[in-house]
Design a protein around this ligand. Structure first.
Ligand SMILES: Nc1nc2c(c(=O)[nH]1)N[C@H]1C(S)=C(S)[C@@H](COP(=O)(O)OP(=O)(O)OC[C@H]3O[C@@H](n4cnc5c(=O)[nH]c(N)nc54)[C@H](O)[C@@H]3O)O[C@H]1N2
Ligand SMILES: Nc1nc2c(c(=O)[nH]1)N[C@H]1C(S)=C(S)[C@@H](COP(=O)(O)OP(=O)(O)OC[C@H]3O[C@@H](n4cnc5c(=O)[nH]c(N)nc54)[C@H](O)[C@@H]3O)O[C@H]1N2
Ligand code: SF4
Ligand SMILES: [Mo]
Length: 697
């Protein structure tokens, strides 16, 4: 069948929570619907390539299950009995209930909750205005970046790195703890270009043989949570074999005799025991990166989702500071550029409206918080009301037993603004229908690159769907604010944020769709010094200084942190009852829980499964394709066993966040994950759970 001829094509941006933030060319069909979606060829980072799930976006935006009108719960919580209501009824009821709850329990008993369902700043962060104007509880954003970012900043002092387009100029690209083929396909475009044009070597470090590792020249499969051992042993070999750049370290780092003595104990033999790699593999890796000046370390999030993840990130990042790779084009490191935008979002976020200094509640601890855990509530009032936008905590948050129990509380008034009837929306008192990115205006910063992009409203929203911006504004007005920001359009807020931040006008930006915020190359590679007062990279992190830079708060005794870049043995321990480590790595065709209802994605991902090594399976008489139950003291999940020799014995991998109800038994994978905030500053160690597995009865 031929695709219908587009009426016209528009430039947009992928709004999803993915470091690539691709520039898109979207065909708009004669009937006003969305046709094909392609990666922009003229965008140097997107370079014409996008993932398959977004290429099929018509399936998502025109999905028959899109929410189209506000609804009120009529039966018991979660029973799925709804009554259609008007927007005025919905907004009036929310405002009335919020004011009643505020009067009875104080403003901090209301907790607006959001994440990055859309990465557009107006529709993602505007909820902060509502919070500010009433003095509601704040949200501590830990769920995704809480471990990775501090670990990176601990070394460089700034959350920024070398322009990742330069991977194409590398002689060795180390893709560490990210399954880029699944999660940010554009990394592969640039890494592959280096291989093709320069014969560059590609190294992948993961805990199983991923689709990314399948494309590597050197694949290092480590045991979960042991990257710090690989990193420190690599540095041991670099020093031992004369491959460290001592001049660079003397000038640009805090390298010390004490650190060198510490690394002398981190031998490849020791690391081999810890990681499961052979001594030869560790030495080969060290020799490759030590003898290839243009080595680019692309450090992902995955390996930070371990209890020791912040220290693992810092340890891996320490390698290029020892080899001096930062000095060479095509060399250095990159994790995120999210610390480099310099935007003034004060009006967008309503900083000028902030009432009082409310407590900061940890989003990853939503389960403990809603079930009355006093420490998680900071000994304050229980949460009695929430408005949720852009996230699906009843699927994605850790320790689902508690999350579900909390959301089912009769004394919790829950409003969920969504595009679909997610697990969280199912538990709401009021459900509001939300627009999608092609139905509203917003701007997006590209964490995995250097650009700010604009995405205009180009198609009609279905039914009565309204944008996050409209809902936040309408509620604030009903809650008694007369601040003019609550009478703005989304486009006005984009324009104003650009103006306040000294960026070109929206009309100007719309000509190309982007603003380039690339920093000069010498700045990006810290040639004038790292982001610490003495300009030196820290092998010996000052975590307190990291906390001060970003407003992080300690969740452990600072004294327990390792002194130097290290392997920190604090991950969840296996024992006789829980002999396996489970990681919940990303599925290719889902994005967290987004796309887990589109036909193309469901077809590719099939049923929720778990990879197990054939010898582990044999020991328990588990055969391929058989129903199994995986569990621990937090809960149980039913999956289908997939025998796979691409992972170490003792490790299990369950890819992706399928819908809870896609699992036999109706419980999703986050039944097994841990909501205990990981040191130093919190964050959920999603890939760090000790479990058992057995045949389902
Ligand atoms: N298709 C798809 N794309 C996505 C997402 C998705 O769910 N699906 N999620 C989006 C979001 S929100 C984010 S933050 C990014 C995250 O993207 P990434 O940076 O890729 O991080 P993760 O997806 O958490 O995990 C990446 C890899 O880390 C591995 N890993 C887990 N533990 C360890 C460890 O201890 N050591 C090592 N070396 N590796 C380990 C996992 O097996 C996995 O293969 O991706 C985004 N893009
Ligand atoms: N087990 C396990 N759990 C994980 C992870 C893991 O690796 N393993 N990864 C974690 C990570 S990195 C992250 S970032 C979190 C992410 O978790 P979430 O933030 O929950 O991400 P999504 O599942 O994509 O859900 C986003 C929701 O926002 C909705 N949405 C999108 N755009 C809009 C909009 O404009 N308005 C409104 N109102 N809604 C919108 C979508 O329909 C979708 O339901 O999950 C975490 N959970
Ligand atoms: S999900 Fe990521 S790779 Fe896919 S189109 Fe969006 S930004 Fe690009
Ligand atoms: Mo994330």
């Amino acid at each position: 069948m031929n695709a219908p001829t587009p009426h016209h094509t528009i430039r947009s941006v992928c709004p999803h929570d993915c470091p690539s933030v691709c520039a898109l060319d979207v065909d708009i069909l004669p009937d006003g619907k969305v046709g094909r979606v392609r990666g922009a060829k003229d965008d140097p980072y997107t370079a014409g390539v996008i993932c398959e799930k977004v290429a099929r976006y018509a399936e998502r935006i025109h999905h028959p299950e899109r929410l189209t009108h506000p609804m009120r719960r009529v039966g018991p919580k979660g029973a799925g009995q709804w009554q259609r209501i008007s927007w005025d009824e919905a907004l009036d009821e929310i405002a009335t209930r919020f004011l009643e709850i505020e009067a009875a329990h104080g403003p901090e008993s209301i907790w607006p909750y959001f994440y990055a369902g859309t990465m557009g700043h107006v529709h993602r962060d505007g909820i902060e205005r509502l919070r500010a104007v009433r003095g509601y509880s704040h949200q501590y954003d830990t769920i995704c970046t809480g471990l990775a970012w501090p670990g990176y900043i601990a070394g460089t002092g700034l959350l920024g790195g070398v322009n990742p387009e330069q991977m194409a100029e590398s002689d060795c690209v180390v893709i560490w703890g990210t399954n880029a083929v699944h999660t940010q396909v554009n990394v592969m475009t640039h890494a592959m270009k280096a291989r093709k044009t320069r014969g560059a070597k590609i190294v992948v470090v993961d805990i199983y043989r991923t689709a990314t590792m399948d494309q590597a020249d050197m694949g290092l499969v480590v045991r979960p949570g042991t990257d710090g051992a690989l990193a420190t042993a690599t540095m041991h070999v670099l020093l031992r074999d004369g491959l460290a750049d001592r001049d660079y370290m003397a000038k640009y780092t805090d390298f010390s005799a004490d650190f060198e003595a510490h690394l002398r104990t981190r031998t490849p033999e020791w690391a081999s025991e810890v990681t499961g790699l052979s001594v030869a593999e560790i030495e080969a890796f060290a020799h490759l990166v030590g003898s290839t000046p243009r080595t680019f370390f692309r450090l992902g999030y995955g390996f930070s989702r371990q209890t020791n993840g912040a220290t693992a990130m810092h340890a891996a990042l320490s390698i290029p500071a020892m080899t001096g790779a930062w000095q060479h084009r095509g060399g250095g490191a990159f994790h995120s550029n999210s610390g480099t935008w310099g935007l003034d979002k004060s009006r967008l976020e309503g900083t000028h409206l902030q009432k009082g200094t409310p407590r900061l509640l940890d989003m990853s601890e939503v389960g403990p918080i809603l079930t009355g855990n006093a420490a998680a509530l900071q000994n304050g009032a229980p949460v009695h009301a929430m408005i949720v936008q852009n996230t699906n905590p009843a699927c994605v948050a850790p320790d689902q037993t508690l999350v579900r129990q909390g959301f089912l509380r009769d004394d919790l008034f829950l409003v969920v603004h969504e595009q679909f009837m997610t697990e969280t929306a199912e538990l709401a008192d009021i459900v509001l229908p939300a627009t999608m990115f092609l139905e509203h205006n917003d701007y997006y910063t590209r964490g995995g690159h250097t650009r700010i992009l604009f995405g205009p409203a180009v198609v009609e929203a279905p039914g009565e769907a309204r944008s996050n911006h409209e809902v936040i504004n309408a509620l604030a007005l009903r809650l008694g604010s007369d601040d003019p920001v609550f009478s703005t359009t989304d486009r006005e807020v984009v324009a104003e944020t650009f103006a306040r931040s000294g960026l070109p006008s929206i009309e100007e930006v719309q000509k190309t769709g982007f603003i380039d915020k690339e920093r000069p190359d010498d700045v990006a590679r810290f040639a004038n010094g790292f982001g610490w007062p003495d300009g030196r990279f820290r092998f010996e992190p000052d975590w307190d200084a990291v906390a001060k830079k970003k407003g992080y708060r300690w969740v452990c005794d600072p004294a327990i942190m390792p002194r130097f870049a290290d392997h920190w043995d604090v991950t969840e321990k296996t024992d006789a009852e829980h002999p396996f480590k489970l990681a919940t790595s990303p599925a290719r065709a889902f994005l967290n829980s987004s796309f887990n209802q589109t036909p193309g994605s469901l077809k590719r991902e099939g049923e929720p499964s778990v990879f197990i090594h054939p010898s582990d399976a044999a020991a328990q008489n588990i055969v391929d394709g058989e129903p199994v139950t995986v569990g621990n003291h937090r809960g149980e999940v039913q999956l289908t066993a997939r025998l796979f020799d691409g992972l170490p014995t003792g490790t299990l991998i369950a890819e992706g966040l399928h819908r809870n109800k896609a699992h036999r038994g109706g419980q999703g994978i986050n039944m097994l994950t841990n909501a205990q905030p990981a040191p130093p500053f919190g964050g959920a160690p999603f890939h760090d759970a000790a479990v058992w597995i057995r045949k389902s009865n």
